[in-house]
Design a protein around this ligand. Sequence first.
Ligand code: SAH
Length: 342
Amino acid sequence: MKDIYNVTYEQLNTFFTENGISKFKTKQVYDWLYKKGVTSFEKMTNLSKSDRELLKKEYTIGLLSLKNQLTSNDGTNKFLFELDDHQLIETVLMEYKYGLSICISSQVGCKMGCDFCASAKAGFARDLTAGEMIAQIMTVNKVTNQQIDRVVVMGIGEPFDNFDNFIKFIAIVNDHRGLMIGGRKLTVSTCGIVPKIYQFADLHLQVNLSISLHEVADDIRSSIMPINKKYPINELIESCKYYIEKTNRRISFEYALIGGLNDDETHALALSKLLKDMLCYVNVIPINKIQGGNYNLRKIENIEKFCGILRENGLMVTVRRELGNDINASCGQLRRSQINEV
Ligand code: SAH
């Protein structure tokens, strides 16, 4: 059986046409699924009984099974979901002034092996389908009964290592006949898979791009992020410049401050030099504690000092608010398992 969340508008059109049914049904089905949030074909009452039977024979509605939900003191919620093949993933729902933002996973586990990230520690099982990415939104929607405004693909996994499914997900989530979440309300983060950054640029999407940079010297970056051995800093920055030139969109560089490793004045100056005159901003992330990790966390004064140097050198800087730290729902803390204590 196929998951209907994994079906684009065009694919559903084809299905109906092949079965001699009016394409107008696609609009109705999308409406039920994404505007009304209906989770059974039975409830699609403006479809004939035989159309509903046909859909039921061909498709399932792939809601995820909720295994656990934790709520942080700051209102952040973390959901542990079980997939059809019993694999586990996590999804996070965060409250901001402007509304609700959901952080979805793109793979079960991760191959990238970044040393500071819990998602890498449990290894890699498989890619998520576009439908399973959509299902995270739909299930959280259903469980919380709240309207989700923004989507960040910053949960477990490397979205550019699952590029085709990720792009299909964007097409479905973006569709004005469906969920209608605009590109500017979508953000994808990559650790720097350079050929995919070029491919992404050429697609001219409105989606925001974040790069997990964290360090500007190749030797240190390679020691904490293995991807850097394959695509070193100069190649990464070249691809970012290409993206900016093609799309005229600002890139966000994520920089997790790790005490004693990448957080002193020299680093701040090197980072300023590297990103000078680029259309970008830097998102400084206080490093989060993970199980088995022994990185030093930084005090707020140190973070402010580091950001001050970047600002003096003309960079736009924001410090990421830490949400959900008490339930291990912050950056780098998500994993494909039940373990919730640090
Ligand atoms: N694989 C993608 C998507 C994950 S996004 C990527 O690497 O960009 C998750 C973000 O949290 C990334 O910027 C990642 O580098 C960062 N991160 C990972 N572990 C962290 C930790 N312990 N503390 C703070 N940020 C961390």
